[in-house]
Ligand binder design. Structure first.
Ligand code: SF4
Length: 216
């Protein structure tokens, strides 16, 4: 089967079975971007508790958070886990925003995707997955996000080698699919949901999985 047809059929099967994922929640591009950083190594629910804390204290704006001492930020975002490390990452991201766009997310959005991607990759603590998630979910840029679940699922379906790198895996989707923000956003979310529920590390629960029909 043609690669594009195969991927879109897999996407359709997951969407039909699981429904829309509504990722990432957030009222503004800034909230989504900070939420992406806070959600590293945890789930969105814990990240949103940290965002709620900051909003509750009237601290949730880029200039205010930029001025807030890092130790105070760390205390407020405790529910997100790894709170000291994440406070440092949020601080680096805020410094980037100040320099790149004076905290104006619309100005950031107006920049060309690949240039912006390179700049975000230079920010300490912002790796490729976080960069692509910020580009896609906060800035509406068609940058496909991949992760360990994506790698495992594609490998088990004989589409990727076992130790595929992040750039190779992302490139596969970017080359095959048309740059559609809606499909990119949903596809990544659906793969994570399938990975967590069915495509477990030790063995896949293939019999009941939405992607069972795509096994060779
Ligand atoms: S659980 Fe089985 S069918 Fe589902 S994604 Fe993993 S390998 Fe494919």
């Amino acid at each position: 089967m043609h690669r594009k047809t195969l991927l879109l059929n897999m996407y359709g099967a997951m969407l039909d079975r699981l429904g829309s994922s509504h990722w990432y929640p957030g009222d503004t591009p800034f909230e989504i971007a900070v939420g992406v950083i806070l959600a590293q190594n945890t789930n969105w629910q814990n990240a949103s508790k940290a965002v709620f804390n900051l909003k509750n204290l009237d601290l949730f704006s880029a200039p205010v958070l930029y001025a807030l001492p890092e130790e105070d930020l760390a205390e407020h975002i405790r529910p997100a886990g790894y709170f000291r490390m994440k406070a440092s990452r949020v601080k680096h991201f805020l410094s980037f925003l100040r320099t790149a766009c004076r905290f104006d997310m619309e100005l950031l959005k107006s920049q060309e995707m690949e240039i912006l991607r390179e700049k975000l990759l230079q920010v300490r603590g912002i790796g490729p997955e976080t960069t692509d998630a910020i580009l896609l979910y906060a800035l509406d840029k068609p940058s496909f996000v991949v992760d360990a679940y994506t790698a495992r699922i594609l490998n088990r379906h004989c589409l990727m080698p076992e130790n595929v790198s992040y750039p190779e895996l992302r490139e596969y989707f970017m080359e095959v699919l048309d740059p559609d923000i809606r499909i990119f956003s949903e596809f990544h979310a659906l793969l994570i949901r399938v990975g967590k529920t069915w495509c477990k590390k030790k063995a896949g629960l293939c019999a009941s999985c939405p992607l069972a029909d795509f096994l060779e």
